[in-house]
Ligand binder design. Structure first.
Ligand code: PEP
Ligand code: MG
Length: 887
């Protein structure tokens, strides 16, 4: 027979394992049962299951006779444990009613205290407690809470009535209210309820109880709860449990108290009790901030220079008992606990325990400390850290105490916080940065031409573009904070002004970006520098011991490669060569090459680029000595390199000696309507083989030179982008092999190298078996593969993707977290077909998904050999790969 209700406390808890199963009795219920089970002082109570909630919400109507009978029996359990009767006018049992889902959900109904009071029982409470003031105070609290959370009345009316009552008496604080004052207020409260509802406040205690039970269940479907669930990926069919528990009172005079505590400091992770308490108060007084709570420990009070005594000093006995409970709970749960307690006339009662929320820094410290204390093992420590939380530790973050004025919110494209003066173009950014000024580059969207400005800026803000837009990808790679797709930003370049939301600004005005949540703020907001403390390194070592996949970095400059190595990258998984072409000194030669009429013209321009490109590779191979480096040959649509303004055409005309009219005609010919699906990727190599030939030559010459100089021969992996057919790869591999042979002949040495391809098009994934006959490795370019599989532009979709996520069409932005069902299927299939042809084929991922923990878990399942992520994501990927391997 299924139980709908489980009892706990009073020395006779349920032995059914379901009574401690969070999915059945919710987190709060499970922990109360658990605490009672290990002998801690928990007020007796019972929990109505989440299953009953799901049924109630689906079917509506009345509770079944079975449920009603079980509740009655469970109420009897509390009555006999406490020795009081519910509704007894002489000595009444009072209860609290609380919601409790599997995970704590601030969106739901929280608590009703003192339930069971009415015009008769209040007298009984006064008599049995010997404290009339306490009884009437409890009653007025109950009416207010019940009216607010169960009857849906606004609490302001009650608060106003209390304020007026105090004013009439000339009182300043609630503590001055006497029994008769509270009694008069209760009458007023009841009048407010009757006026608002058209019926009196319920006097029947059973009606009160069932009303509260219904309110808890109904709150699962409240708008607030729904929003919270959507934001936190909580399924709507979990339901909430209801916890009904005997009241204990922290407001029975100066030997009573209430408080909240953490067994370790949730901000720093320090092994020291941390908490707040109030003498003669009920729980909501601490939370609601009606009175200023006092420090729990003497050490904390002294450190803060506060006068009111700590609990350690004021109630040494209860405090000693509480400290013993802290130790016991930490040992039992093997984690830091967040606890609520009450002291009633000197006796300690535990009201709640749960694993406490903590900062990333504290999470690391606690995990490492607990391994040292023998509380948990390394695997548990690895599992316990949210990889994305490490981001907080790698970038400057906003000082949580700093005041801020948020102007707009965009996408959190690249984490970290930065302040600086607004600049509206890349050249201005560079010029100001060279003068030592902090600047924020604000653009409608960025393009490869803006790279120098992005590098010079402290942060980047764009009005358009999604999470894999140019700005987002490049900023993450550089470790620059970036907010993209902030549609509230409109720029007027002519007047050098902009509007952010309602705020009119001009170039030079200071703003602050928070790339972690997408906020754009006015003025300078204080930041805190990251601190890579020892615990971070320790955890990374453990993670490395437990992961199977390698972690590489997407990096294209020696500086990025150095950062990547510092963060533990085991190679470069994607060196995008196009950004090397945008350098001020080189762009003219690149444009000359593109706009040349024939191969001869292109070769002349490429000859100028060869030494520059060779130097790039040389530097990268040096930094990455001994590690694999995957170099991708030129990929972007040619049109990205074309001059735009008349000035740019004239400048180019001067440099290369071709008239502007001819240049413009040629540029016109190269214009594309849909460049993302146009003349890009390996199509460039097929039509202009001399470009790839120059790049391959530069690469092999640099590799030979580094091998000669250092003795450590790099192993280049040459990667061909956007391949759709076996034949494309075959033609281009032959070109690379020919070039390698030529260079090795000239240099008098041979090096190992590999030629492989990106899998970025559905056709390539489907025909991976054939393509693997030629390619020695695959790297999944899931940015383009997502774009081409979903037919969804990576640059334009940010505008509407939010709506897709909100309506549950995609669980998350598919450019951030891989679409496992669709794109993921193509990845698995390509891996399988590639391996069938070439069992030792090396498989990796280099799209942005390579830095996303959920996507990394998917890569582990598919059995990829490595993931490649932007340098600042490397530690996240190392930890996520370890968690994925641990399962
Ligand atoms: C990809 O498409 O996933 C990729 C890594 O290449 P890019 O982002 O440079 O197009
Ligand atoms: Mg791509």
């Amino acid at each position: 027979m299924t139980s709908y209700v489980f009892t706990f406390g009073g020395g006779v808890g349920s032995s059914d394992p379901r009574s401690r199963d969070k999915t059945i009795v919710g987190g709060k219920g499970a922990n109360l049962a658990e605490m009672a089970g290990i002998g801690l002082p928990v007020p007796p109570g019972f929990t109505i299951t989440t299953e009953e909630c799901v049924r109630y919400l689906a079917e509506g109507g009345d509770f079944s006779a079975e449920v009603q009978a079980e509740v009655a029996k469970a109420l009897g359990h509390i009555e006999s444990a406490v020795g009081k009767k519910f509704g007894d006018a002489a000595d009444p049992l009072l209860v609290s009613v609380r919601s409790g889902a599997r995970v704590s959900m601030p969106g739901m109904m929280d608590t009703v205290l003192n339930l069971g009071l009415n015009d008769a029982t209040v007298e009984g409470l006064a008599a049995s407690s010997g404290d009339e003031r306490f009884a009437w105070d409890s009653y007025r609290r109950f009416i207010q809470m019940y009216s607010d959370v169960v009857l849906g009345l606004n609490h302001h009316a009650f608060e106003d009535a209390l304020e007026i009552a105090k004013e009439d008496q000339g009182y300043y604080a609630d503590v001055e209210m006497q029994a008769a004052d509270w009694q008069a207020l209760v009458a007023e409260y009841k009048a407010i309820v009757a006026a608002e509802l058209g019926r009196p406040f319920p006097q029947d205690v059973h009606e009160q109880l069932w009303g509260a039970i219904r309110a808890v269940f109904d709150s699962w479907d409240s708008d607030r709860a729904k929003v919270y669930r959507r934001l936190n990926d909580i399924p709507g069919d979990w339901g909430t449990a209801v916890n009904v528990q005997a009241m204990v009172f922290g407001n029975m005079g100066d030997t009573s108290a209430t408080g909240v505590a953490f067994t370790r400091d949730p901000a720093t992770g320090e092994k020291a009790y941390y908490g707040e308490w109030l003498v003669n108060a009920q729980g909501e007084d601490v939370v609601a901030g009606i009175r200023t709570p006092q420090y729990l420990t003497k050490a904390a009070r002294t450190r803060a220079g506060a006068k009111p005594l700590s609990m350690e000093e004021a109630m040494p006995e209860a405090y000693g008992e509480l400290a013993a409970v802290f130790e016991l709970l930490e040992k039992h749960y093997r984690d830091m606990q967040d606890i609520e307690f009450t002291v009633e006339r000197g006796k300690l009662w535990m009201l709640q325990t749960r694993s406490g929320k903590r900062t990333a820094k504290a999470a690391l410290k606690m995990a490492v400390d607990m391994v040292g204390e023998g509380l948990i093992d390394e695997k548990t420590a690895i599992r316990r850290i949210d990889p994305m939380a490490l981001d907080q530790l790698l970038h400057p973050t906003l000082d949580p105490d700093a005041p801020r004025e948020v102007l707009a919110r965009g996408l959190p494209a690249s984490p970290g916080a930065a302040s600086g003066a607004i600049v509206l173009d890349a050249d201005t950014a560079q010029a100001h940065a060279e003068r030592g000024e902090a600047v924020i580059l604000v653009r409608v969207e960025t393009s490869p031409e803006d790279i120098h400005g992005m590098h010079a800026a402290k942060g980047i803000l764009t009005a358009r573009g999604g999470m894999t837009s140019h700005a987002a990808v490049v900023a993450r790679g550089m470790g620059r904070p970036c907010v993209s797709g902030a549609s509230a930003v409109s720029i007027d370049l002519a007047s050098r002004t902009l509007k952010i939301g309602q705020c009119e600004l001009k170039e030079g005005d200071v703003i602050t970006l928070d790339g972690a949540n997408g906020d754009v703020m006015l003025g300078h907001v204080r930041t805190i520098e990251p601190e890579l403390v020892g615990d971070f390194g320790t955890l990374m070592v453990w993670a490395d011991q437990h992961r199977r996949m390698k972690v590489r970095a997407n990096a294209e400059t020696p500086a990025d490669c150095r950062t990547a190595r510092q963060f533990g990258a085991e190679g470069v998984g994607l060196c995008r060569t196009e950004h090397m072409f945008f350098d001020d000194k080189r762009i003219a030669a690149v444009r000359q090459m593109i706009l040349a009429e024939d191969e001869g013209g292109r070769r002349a321009a490429l000859a100028k680029l060869l030494p520059e490109q060779r130097a790039d590779f040389h530097a990268i191979f040096e930094v990455m000595a001994g590690l694999p480096v995957t170099v991708r040959l030129l990929d972007p649509p040619l049109h990205e390199f074309l001059p735009h303004s008349d000035a740019e055409f004239e400048e180019l005309s001067d440099v290369i000696g071709i008239g502007t009219a001819t240049l413009k005609r040629r540029a016109e010919e190269l214009h594309e309507f849909n460049p993302m699906l146009g003349h890009r990727g390996c199509r460039l190599g097929i039509t202009f083989p001399e470009i790839y030939e120059m790049q391959a030559r530069a690469l092999f010459e640099a590799a030979c030179d580094v091998a000669a100089a250092s003795g450590a021969a790099p192993v280049p992996e040459v990667m061909i982008p956007l391949v759709a057919t076996r034949r494309e790869l075959e033609i281009l591999k032959a070109l690379v092999d020919r070039t390698a042979a030529a260079v090795f002949g000239e240099k008098g040495r041979t090096l190992d190298y590999h030629v492989g391809t990106m899998i970025e098009l559905p056709r390539a994934a489907l025909l991976a078996g054939e393509i693997a006959e030629v390619g020695e490795f695959f790297s999944f370019g899931t940015n383009d593969l997502t774009q081409t599989t979903l037919g969804l532009s990576r640059d334009d979709s940010a505008k509407f993707l939010n709506a897709y996520v909100e309506q549950g069409i995609f669980p998350r932005d598919p450019f951030v977290s891989i679409d496992i069902d669709g794109v993921g299927q193509l990845v698995s299939l390509a891996a399988e077909r590639g391996r069938a042809t070439r069992p030792d084929i090396k498989l990796g991922i280099c799209g942005e998904h390579g830095g996303d923990p959920a996507s990394i878990a998917f890569c582990e399942k598919v059995g990829l050999d490595y993931v490649s992520a932007s340098p600042f994501r490397v530690p996240i990927a190392r930890l996520a790969a370890a968690q994925a391997a641990l399962g």
